[in-house]
Design a protein around this ligand. Sequence first.
Ligand SMILES: [Zn+2]
Length: 320
Amino acid sequence: MTTELILLGTAGAPMPVAGRGGISSALVVDKRVFVIDCGRGSPSAFIDAGLDFARLDAVFLTHLHADHTGDLPGMLLYPWGVRRGDHRPLPPIRVYGPSRPDALPMGDPPFERATTIHPEQPTPGTTDLVEKILAAYAYHLNVMPLDANMPDAGELVRAIDIPTPTSSGRAQLPVTVFEDAGLRVSAVAVTHGHAVPALAYRFDTADCCVVFSGDTTANDNLISLATGADVLVHSVADLGYLKRHGITGAALERMAGLHTDVTEVGGVARRAGVRELILTHYLPAEPEAIPNREWAKRGAKGFDGRTIAGSDGLRRALVR
Ligand SMILES: [Zn+2]
Protein backbone atom coordinates (compact mmCIF):
# COMPACT_ATOMS: atom_id res chain seq x y z
CA MET A 1 0.00 0.00 0.00
CA THR A 2 1.10 3.52 -0.72
CA THR A 3 -0.72 6.76 -0.12
CA GLU A 4 0.12 10.07 -1.76
CA LEU A 5 -1.41 13.50 -1.24
CA ILE A 6 -1.40 15.97 -4.14
CA LEU A 7 -2.71 19.53 -4.03
CA LEU A 8 -4.32 20.18 -7.42
CA GLY A 9 -5.36 23.77 -6.65
CA THR A 10 -5.08 26.01 -3.61
CA ALA A 11 -7.08 29.18 -4.32
CA GLY A 12 -10.01 30.15 -2.10
CA ALA A 13 -13.18 31.90 -3.31
CA PRO A 14 -14.79 31.72 -6.75
CA MET A 15 -13.00 34.64 -8.48
CA PRO A 16 -10.29 33.27 -10.80
CA VAL A 17 -6.79 34.52 -10.03
CA ALA A 18 -3.61 34.21 -12.07
CA GLY A 19 -1.10 31.72 -10.73
CA ARG A 20 -3.29 29.53 -8.53
CA GLY A 21 -5.85 26.89 -9.48
CA GLY A 22 -9.19 26.59 -7.73
CA ILE A 23 -9.41 24.45 -4.61
CA SER A 24 -9.00 20.75 -5.28
CA SER A 25 -6.90 17.96 -3.75
CA ALA A 26 -6.22 14.33 -4.61
CA LEU A 27 -5.41 11.36 -2.44
CA VAL A 28 -3.95 8.35 -4.22
CA VAL A 29 -4.51 5.19 -2.19
CA ASP A 30 -2.84 2.12 -3.66
CA LYS A 31 -3.31 3.53 -7.21
CA ARG A 32 -6.95 4.48 -6.67
CA VAL A 33 -7.49 8.24 -6.98
CA PHE A 34 -9.87 10.18 -4.74
CA VAL A 35 -10.50 13.86 -5.47
CA ILE A 36 -11.62 16.28 -2.78
CA ASP A 37 -13.45 19.27 -4.30
CA CYS A 38 -13.42 20.26 -7.96
CA GLY A 39 -12.47 23.93 -8.15
CA ARG A 40 -11.44 25.87 -11.22
CA GLY A 41 -9.03 23.99 -13.43
CA SER A 42 -9.09 20.75 -11.45
CA PRO A 43 -9.41 18.37 -14.46
CA SER A 44 -6.34 19.99 -16.05
CA ALA A 45 -4.46 19.93 -12.75
CA PHE A 46 -5.37 16.25 -12.39
CA ILE A 47 -3.71 15.37 -15.71
CA ASP A 48 -0.78 17.76 -15.09
CA ALA A 49 -0.12 15.78 -11.89
CA GLY A 50 0.23 12.62 -13.98
CA LEU A 51 -2.93 11.07 -12.57
CA ASP A 52 -4.98 8.58 -14.58
CA PHE A 53 -8.69 9.30 -15.10
CA ALA A 54 -9.28 5.55 -15.47
CA ARG A 55 -8.25 5.26 -11.81
CA LEU A 56 -10.53 8.03 -10.55
CA ASP A 57 -12.57 6.21 -7.94
CA ALA A 58 -14.59 8.90 -6.19
CA VAL A 59 -15.05 12.63 -5.70
CA PHE A 60 -15.84 14.15 -2.31
CA LEU A 61 -17.44 17.58 -2.17
CA THR A 62 -17.02 19.50 1.08
CA HIS A 63 -19.90 21.86 0.27
CA LEU A 64 -21.74 23.16 -2.75
CA HIS A 65 -20.27 26.64 -3.29
CA ALA A 66 -19.11 27.05 -6.90
CA ASP A 67 -15.40 27.38 -6.01
CA HIS A 68 -15.59 23.72 -4.82
CA THR A 69 -17.91 22.31 -7.49
CA GLY A 70 -17.51 24.44 -10.63
CA ASP A 71 -15.36 21.94 -12.52
CA LEU A 72 -17.21 18.82 -11.39
CA PRO A 73 -18.90 18.59 -14.82
CA GLY A 74 -15.48 18.51 -16.49
CA MET A 75 -14.11 16.01 -13.97
CA LEU A 76 -16.93 13.65 -14.98
CA LEU A 77 -17.45 14.43 -18.66
CA TYR A 78 -13.96 15.07 -20.10
CA PRO A 79 -12.55 11.63 -19.21
CA TRP A 80 -15.72 9.71 -20.15
CA GLY A 81 -13.91 8.03 -23.06
CA VAL A 82 -11.37 6.28 -20.80
CA ARG A 83 -13.95 4.95 -18.38
CA ARG A 84 -13.90 1.49 -19.91
CA GLY A 85 -12.58 -1.84 -18.71
CA ASP A 86 -11.83 -4.88 -20.85
CA HIS A 87 -15.41 -5.81 -21.65
CA ARG A 88 -17.63 -3.20 -20.04
CA PRO A 89 -17.49 0.32 -18.57
CA LEU A 90 -15.45 0.91 -15.45
CA PRO A 91 -17.48 1.15 -12.25
CA PRO A 92 -19.16 4.56 -11.98
CA ILE A 93 -17.27 7.49 -10.46
CA ARG A 94 -18.90 8.00 -7.09
CA VAL A 95 -19.60 11.59 -6.06
CA TYR A 96 -20.15 12.05 -2.33
CA GLY A 97 -21.29 15.32 -0.86
CA PRO A 98 -23.80 17.15 1.28
CA SER A 99 -27.48 16.41 1.05
CA ARG A 100 -30.10 19.11 0.60
CA PRO A 101 -30.40 21.28 3.71
CA ASP A 102 -33.72 21.26 5.50
CA ALA A 103 -34.50 24.84 4.54
CA LEU A 104 -33.25 27.76 2.48
CA PRO A 105 -31.34 30.11 4.81
CA MET A 106 -33.13 33.44 5.16
CA GLY A 107 -30.21 35.82 5.62
CA ASP A 108 -30.46 39.20 7.29
CA PRO A 109 -29.31 42.76 6.61
CA PRO A 110 -27.13 43.93 4.97
CA PHE A 111 -26.84 40.69 2.96
CA GLU A 112 -30.15 39.54 1.55
CA ARG A 113 -31.24 37.84 -1.66
CA ALA A 114 -32.98 39.99 -4.22
CA THR A 115 -34.16 36.93 -6.16
CA THR A 116 -34.58 33.26 -5.40
CA ILE A 117 -33.21 31.13 -8.23
CA HIS A 118 -35.00 27.87 -9.00
CA PRO A 119 -37.58 28.32 -6.22
CA GLU A 120 -38.99 24.82 -6.69
CA GLN A 121 -35.67 23.44 -5.36
CA PRO A 122 -33.53 26.39 -4.23
CA THR A 123 -30.89 24.33 -2.35
CA PRO A 124 -30.14 21.21 -4.40
CA GLY A 125 -27.93 18.60 -2.76
CA THR A 126 -25.20 16.48 -4.30
CA THR A 127 -27.45 13.91 -6.01
CA ASP A 128 -29.55 16.78 -7.37
CA LEU A 129 -26.40 18.49 -8.66
CA VAL A 130 -25.13 15.40 -10.47
CA GLU A 131 -28.58 14.63 -11.89
CA LYS A 132 -28.79 18.16 -13.24
CA ILE A 133 -25.28 18.00 -14.71
CA LEU A 134 -26.30 14.85 -16.61
CA ALA A 135 -29.55 16.52 -17.71
CA ALA A 136 -27.75 19.67 -18.83
CA TYR A 137 -25.20 17.65 -20.84
CA ALA A 138 -27.74 15.12 -22.16
CA TYR A 139 -26.97 16.29 -25.70
CA HIS A 140 -23.31 15.31 -25.34
CA LEU A 141 -24.10 12.07 -23.53
CA ASN A 142 -26.80 10.99 -26.00
CA VAL A 143 -25.31 12.21 -29.27
CA MET A 144 -21.55 11.67 -28.93
CA PRO A 145 -21.94 7.85 -28.78
CA LEU A 146 -23.42 8.02 -32.29
CA ASP A 147 -20.08 9.20 -33.67
CA ALA A 148 -17.56 7.62 -31.31
CA ASN A 149 -17.24 4.37 -29.40
CA MET A 150 -18.09 5.59 -25.91
CA PRO A 151 -18.69 3.63 -22.70
CA ASP A 152 -22.31 3.39 -21.52
CA ALA A 153 -23.15 6.87 -20.17
CA GLY A 154 -25.49 5.22 -17.67
CA GLU A 155 -22.40 3.81 -15.93
CA LEU A 156 -20.47 7.08 -15.74
CA VAL A 157 -21.37 8.39 -12.28
CA ARG A 158 -23.26 7.62 -9.09
CA ALA A 159 -23.98 10.39 -6.61
CA ILE A 160 -24.44 9.75 -2.91
CA ASP A 161 -25.80 12.29 -0.44
CA ILE A 162 -24.06 12.14 2.92
CA PRO A 163 -26.56 12.35 5.75
CA THR A 164 -25.98 15.64 7.50
CA PRO A 165 -24.23 15.07 10.81
CA THR A 166 -26.23 16.89 13.45
CA SER A 167 -24.64 19.30 15.89
CA SER A 168 -25.52 19.46 19.52
CA GLY A 169 -23.55 21.15 22.27
CA ARG A 170 -20.97 18.35 22.17
CA ALA A 171 -18.60 17.32 19.41
CA GLN A 172 -20.23 15.13 16.79
CA LEU A 173 -19.66 11.52 16.08
CA PRO A 174 -18.31 11.36 12.54
CA VAL A 175 -20.49 9.78 9.87
CA THR A 176 -18.77 6.89 8.07
CA VAL A 177 -19.08 7.78 4.40
CA PHE A 178 -17.62 4.55 3.14
CA GLU A 179 -15.25 1.79 4.14
CA ASP A 180 -13.49 -0.97 2.27
CA ALA A 181 -10.33 -3.04 2.72
CA GLY A 182 -7.96 -0.14 2.03
CA LEU A 183 -9.75 3.00 3.08
CA ARG A 184 -12.24 4.43 5.52
CA VAL A 185 -13.69 7.89 4.90
CA SER A 186 -15.62 9.74 7.58
CA ALA A 187 -17.13 13.20 7.78
CA VAL A 188 -18.34 15.80 10.25
CA ALA A 189 -20.21 19.05 9.78
CA VAL A 190 -18.16 22.25 9.99
CA THR A 191 -19.13 25.92 10.15
CA HIS A 192 -19.04 27.97 6.95
CA GLY A 193 -21.47 30.85 7.25
CA HIS A 194 -24.82 30.07 5.66
CA ALA A 195 -23.36 27.14 3.68
CA VAL A 196 -25.10 24.32 5.53
CA PRO A 197 -24.28 21.49 5.36
CA ALA A 198 -20.53 21.93 4.97
CA LEU A 199 -18.31 18.92 5.65
CA ALA A 200 -14.76 17.99 6.63
CA TYR A 201 -13.41 14.56 5.64
CA ARG A 202 -11.02 12.13 7.28
CA PHE A 203 -9.29 9.46 5.17
CA ASP A 204 -7.77 6.52 7.06
CA THR A 205 -5.59 4.24 4.96
CA ALA A 206 -3.15 1.49 5.92
CA ASP A 207 -0.34 4.08 5.70
CA CYS A 208 -1.72 7.17 7.28
CA CYS A 209 -4.58 9.45 8.15
CA VAL A 210 -5.27 12.67 6.24
CA VAL A 211 -7.98 15.19 7.14
CA PHE A 212 -9.36 17.89 4.83
CA SER A 213 -10.98 20.75 6.73
CA GLY A 214 -13.11 22.05 3.87
CA ASP A 215 -14.10 25.67 4.45
CA THR A 216 -14.70 26.35 8.11
CA THR A 217 -14.13 28.56 11.08
CA ALA A 218 -12.11 27.00 13.93
CA ASN A 219 -14.41 24.14 14.76
CA ASP A 220 -14.54 21.56 17.58
CA ASN A 221 -16.08 18.91 15.32
CA LEU A 222 -13.12 19.25 12.97
CA ILE A 223 -10.62 19.10 15.85
CA SER A 224 -12.28 15.93 17.09
CA LEU A 225 -12.29 14.42 13.58
CA ALA A 226 -8.61 15.33 13.06
CA THR A 227 -7.38 14.03 16.42
CA GLY A 228 -4.18 12.07 15.91
CA ALA A 229 -4.14 12.54 12.11
CA ASP A 230 -0.81 12.51 10.30
CA VAL A 231 -1.72 15.43 8.05
CA LEU A 232 -4.33 18.17 8.37
CA VAL A 233 -4.99 20.01 5.10
CA HIS A 234 -6.64 23.22 6.27
CA SER A 235 -8.15 26.27 4.55
CA VAL A 236 -6.92 29.69 5.66
CA ALA A 237 -7.82 33.34 5.32
CA ASP A 238 -5.91 36.45 6.36
CA LEU A 239 -8.69 38.57 7.80
CA GLY A 240 -6.26 41.40 8.64
CA TYR A 241 -5.22 41.61 4.98
CA LEU A 242 -8.85 41.69 3.89
CA LYS A 243 -9.55 44.48 6.38
CA ARG A 244 -6.59 46.49 5.11
CA HIS A 245 -7.95 46.06 1.60
CA GLY A 246 -11.42 47.43 2.19
CA ILE A 247 -13.45 44.56 3.66
CA THR A 248 -14.71 46.04 6.92
CA GLY A 249 -17.72 46.17 9.20
CA ALA A 250 -20.46 43.63 8.50
CA ALA A 251 -18.62 42.24 5.47
CA LEU A 252 -15.58 41.42 7.61
CA GLU A 253 -17.78 39.91 10.31
CA ARG A 254 -19.39 37.64 7.72
CA MET A 255 -15.95 36.65 6.47
CA ALA A 256 -14.93 35.74 10.04
CA GLY A 257 -18.00 33.48 10.16
CA LEU A 258 -16.85 31.67 7.03
CA HIS A 259 -13.11 31.05 7.42
CA THR A 260 -10.32 30.29 9.89
CA ASP A 261 -7.85 33.14 10.20
CA VAL A 262 -4.28 32.07 9.51
CA THR A 263 -3.27 33.03 13.05
CA GLU A 264 -5.77 30.49 14.47
CA VAL A 265 -4.98 27.46 12.34
CA GLY A 266 -1.84 26.46 14.28
CA GLY A 267 -3.97 26.26 17.42
CA VAL A 268 -6.41 23.98 15.60
CA ALA A 269 -3.53 21.69 14.57
CA ARG A 270 -2.11 21.68 18.13
CA ARG A 271 -5.46 20.85 19.71
CA ALA A 272 -6.00 18.02 17.23
CA GLY A 273 -2.47 16.73 17.88
CA VAL A 274 -1.67 16.24 14.19
CA ARG A 275 1.88 15.69 12.95
CA GLU A 276 1.78 18.06 10.00
CA LEU A 277 -0.31 21.04 8.91
CA ILE A 278 -0.63 21.87 5.20
CA LEU A 279 -2.30 25.17 4.32
CA THR A 280 -4.58 25.56 1.32
CA HIS A 281 -7.63 27.50 0.03
CA TYR A 282 -5.92 30.86 0.48
CA LEU A 283 -7.89 34.04 0.91
CA PRO A 284 -6.58 36.31 -0.56
CA ALA A 285 -5.86 33.82 -3.33
CA GLU A 286 -3.45 35.90 -5.43
CA PRO A 287 0.04 34.39 -4.93
CA GLU A 288 1.66 37.83 -4.93
CA ALA A 289 -0.64 39.12 -2.15
CA ILE A 290 1.06 37.12 0.60
CA PRO A 291 4.21 35.03 0.00
CA ASN A 292 3.97 31.34 0.93
CA ARG A 293 6.75 31.68 3.52
CA GLU A 294 4.60 34.31 5.27
CA TRP A 295 1.52 32.08 5.21
CA ALA A 296 3.61 29.22 6.66
CA LYS A 297 5.20 31.38 9.35
CA ARG A 298 1.90 32.76 10.56
CA GLY A 299 0.06 29.44 10.20
CA ALA A 300 2.65 27.75 12.43
CA LYS A 301 1.85 30.02 15.40
CA GLY A 302 1.09 27.86 18.43
CA PHE A 303 1.89 24.56 16.67
CA ASP A 304 5.04 22.49 17.28
CA GLY A 305 4.59 20.14 14.32
CA ARG A 306 5.58 20.77 10.73
CA THR A 307 3.69 23.54 8.89
CA ILE A 308 3.79 23.78 5.11
CA ALA A 309 2.19 26.45 2.92
CA GLY A 310 0.66 24.26 0.21
CA SER A 311 1.02 25.25 -3.42
CA ASP A 312 -0.49 23.87 -6.61
CA GLY A 313 1.13 20.56 -7.48
CA LEU A 314 2.58 19.89 -4.01
CA ARG A 315 3.02 16.14 -3.51
CA ARG A 316 3.54 14.27 -0.28
CA ALA A 317 4.12 10.53 -0.05
CA LEU A 318 2.64 9.40 3.24
CA VAL A 319 4.05 6.65 5.40
CA ARG A 320 3.83 5.95 9.10
ZN1 LIG B 1 -14.26 27.90 -0.73
